[in-house]
Design a protein around this ligand. Sequence first.
Ligand code: GRG
Length: 324
Amino acid sequence: MGLVMKSDSKAKRRFEGDLERKVKLVNKALGRILSRKDLISKELREPVRYALTGPGKRIRSAMVLWCCEMVSGKVNRDAETAAAAIEMVHTYSLIHDDLPAMDDDDYRRGRLTCHKKFDEATAILVGDALLTLAFEVLAKEIKTPAMAARLIGELAEAAGPAGMVAGQMADLKATRHELGARENTASPQDALRRMAVPQEKMLRYIHTNKTAKMFRCAAVMGGISGGANEKQLKRLREYGLKIGLGFQIADDILDVCGTSEELGKTSGKDARQGKQTYPAVVGLEKSRALAGKLADEAVAALKPFGEKANALRRLAESLLNRTR
Ligand code: GRG
């Protein structure tokens, strides 16, 4: 790792304070939406609130605010709305991912998953509600129709069937393939060979679509909200995609090395489920090196922004070294 900033403790504290302020802004924007009785029916209010007020890290939404601030000098109301929208789509994806038909988990963000706290049907509907509501607030709250359409397009592309949903589908198929192979007592390696796709290529496809495109979307939505030009947006796209892929590799590493308490969800699950992860395919050491390389490349994309990009540089460092 070369370009990623090695923060001294003062700069690190400043970054952490800034992140805290960004998280507060996101929570405030979500609170505004939650308080709108016209937007959420009475029956859904409690489970939707439960889902949205969980202690998530708010990384994608904070990134929206930082990117807006970097290109325009301040966070504006459109960026806050975009941040709330991406956080709602992200939260929906976690709720649906935790369902028994998908990853089947009882804990998320250190609390019971939505279907465990309520029931499966409620969790499906809360996910549906958050996904739809994200686009409703973008359509209705963004200052100009042209900007609303751009933001809606970016978010739909990242979360939809050529983005997060495609990544999730490929992930499920790869995992089931391997599970099937285990049940037939063939080795996981045989199963992957039968898939006729090189492992690393498949893994990159899954992680890029399932995770990295949402990070790219966060960076771009922030840039659009702040009035970024095409050249700046290209840089933000590159930063977001690289940092998103690095974030997912770090997540794979944490699943192997972290504890359930630290993570707020069940650790060690990827290996038990036969999931395609970087540590499983290339080993821990190479995974760490790859995450570092991606963070460096993400930071390199920020060069034209100079010092204004310092928070985004530190974000790259903090995502590599995170413990949850
Ligand atoms: C259901 C269409 C659909 C997709 C689900 C998000 C997802 C795709 C699956 C969740 C499992 C997983 C490991 C996803 C990769 C992205 C990821 C690391 C999500 C967790 O993001 P964090 O760590 O979560 O930012 P918090 O809780 O902090 O918001």
